[in-house]
Design a protein around this ligand. Structure first.
Ligand SMILES: Cc1cc2nc3c(=O)[nH]c(=O)nc-3n(C[C@H](O)[C@H](O)[C@H](O)COP(=O)(O)OP(=O)(O)OC[C@H]3O[C@@H](n4cnc5c(N)ncnc54)[C@H](O)[C@@H]3O)c2cc1C
Ligand code: SF4
Ligand code: SF4
Length: 349
């Protein structure tokens, strides 16, 4: 009699595999989802490092990692994911002016969610004293405003979310993050060893994103161009500008886009999500309307918060222009195609 074939040993899903598939090949995008869970992973000058092994064959670090868990096809979702309503808008409050990236919709919605006790704490990303991005936890409007504006570098902010979730507390939380971070938050909410995530994370505001930069590389490039960190503001103006704009110590600088783009995380090349599909609300620039945002409400919680903000006069809102939604959908589809091609090439090459 032929003995039954032994079932293959289950693949490990712990730190060793995270190192082999993501960190050692240089594909980590510094989202921070694996940080703050154990002492074996640390964040050093904008990069994740594992100074020693933990020996476990399964771990939340691997389960949360958006690079390890990537699904580049996402065919069921459409290029920009589920949308209940698409808007363009900007915040009206004077205290946001000069601090926010574009229309300040993210900061205003977050501040309102805290003010209404929809959440009691939020995890955001802010530049530290020397410009290094980091996750911080804020509980009121002043904190939200302190973190307004975009830092075009990875700050591992989800380590702060892990910290908040590890505490003996039950208050509801919000997170602002890039698409990879939003994906990691969804993985946290679905993970059997992290039940507090589904219970406590009540609001996820996602940003649009085409790439991000390692802070160490950006700092060196800025220095080569005579720009000292920290930056008070930075931006990628829309094509055909071909530049990265940086403001520092009251002076303005332009860096060639190709030099900045060359620095981007290699792991961003395989990222299929432009618009944070899994968020309650997704926010990005508004094509042809400087100082405004495009806003996608994806869940009833997100749509309700947006409606409340508009009702209180905190946001000026208009339906998104069909042409700009078409361009956004095309850009999202192109990003997904590039990610699929990159992943195929890695698999076969
Ligand atoms: C790395 C990066 C790439 C982006 N790429 C695009 C793009 O290709 N197209 C596009 O339309 N928009 C992009 N955005 C989003 C855009 O820059 C604005 O954040 C968005 O339009 C919201 O504008 P706002 O005025 O409402 O933001 P604000 O009200 O100023 O709020 C900005 C929020 O962004 C958070 N934040 C800042 N830096 C980071 C970071 N590094 N990681 C995570 N969160 C951060 C802050 O915590 C703050 O809550 C990108 C943002 C980042 C950080
Ligand atoms: S991408 Fe995020 S979860 Fe994955 S290794 Fe890097 S920091 Fe950790
Ligand atoms: S391109 Fe994707 S992986 Fe890279 S920072 Fe943006 S969302 Fe994250």
């Amino acid at each position: 009699m032929v003995p039954p074939a032994a079932s293959p040993a289950p693949q490990p899903t712990g730190l060793e595999r995270l190192l082999a598939e993501v960190i050692n090949p240089g594909l980590c995008v510094a989202c921070g989802a694996c940080l703050g869970l154990c002492p074996h992973l640390i964040f050093l000058d904008g990069q994740v490092a594992a100074p020693d092994a933990c020996g476990l064959t399964s771990g939340r670090c691997y389960g949360f990692c958006p690079v390890a868990q990537r699904d580049v096809s996402r065919e069921s979702q459409g290029p920009i994911g589920p949308v209940l309503g698409a808007w363009q808008g900007r915040a009206t409050s004077k205290d946001l002016q000069g601090r926010v990236q574009y229309g300040g919709v993210v900061s205003e919605l977050l501040a309102l969610a805290l003010d209404q006790s929809m959440v009691r704490e939020a995890v955001v990303t802010a530049a530290g004293l020397r410009g290094t991005p980091q996750g911080i936890r804020v509980t009121e409007r002043t904190g939200v405003l302190g973190a307004a504006g975009s830092v075009y570098a990875g700050g591992g902010a989800l380590s702060s979310l892990n910290q908040a979730l590890s505490e003996d507390s039950n208050h509801p939380l919000a997170v602002v993050g890039l698409p990879c971070q939003v994906q990691a938050v969804q993985a946290m909410k679905a993970h059997p060893q992290q039940p507090q995530a589904a219970r406590r994370i009540h609001l996820v505001i996602g940003l649009f994103c085409t790439m991000n930069l390692p802070w160490r590389g950006l700092r060196k490039l800025l220095a080569r161009h005579g720009v000292q960190a920290p930056l008070s503001r930075a931006d990628f103006p829309p094509p055909p500008a071909g530049i990265f704009q940086a403001w520092s110590n009251g002076s303005y600088h332009e860096l060639p886009l190709d030099q900045v783009r060359a620095l981007s995380y290699p792991g961003c090349a395989g990222c299929p999500d432009l618009t944070s599909d899994g968020a309650d609300l997704s926010v990005g620039a508004c094509e042809g309307k400087p100082g405004w945002n495009t806003i996608l409400a994806r869940t009833h919680a997100g749509a309700g918060l947006l409606e409340l903000a508009a009702g209180k006069g905190l946001l000026e809102l208009e339906p998104a222009q069909p042409a700009s939604m078409e361009h956004l959908t095309q850009a999202a589809s192109d990003k997904r195609k590039r990610a699929t091609a990159w992943s195929e090439e890695r698999r076969h090459g």
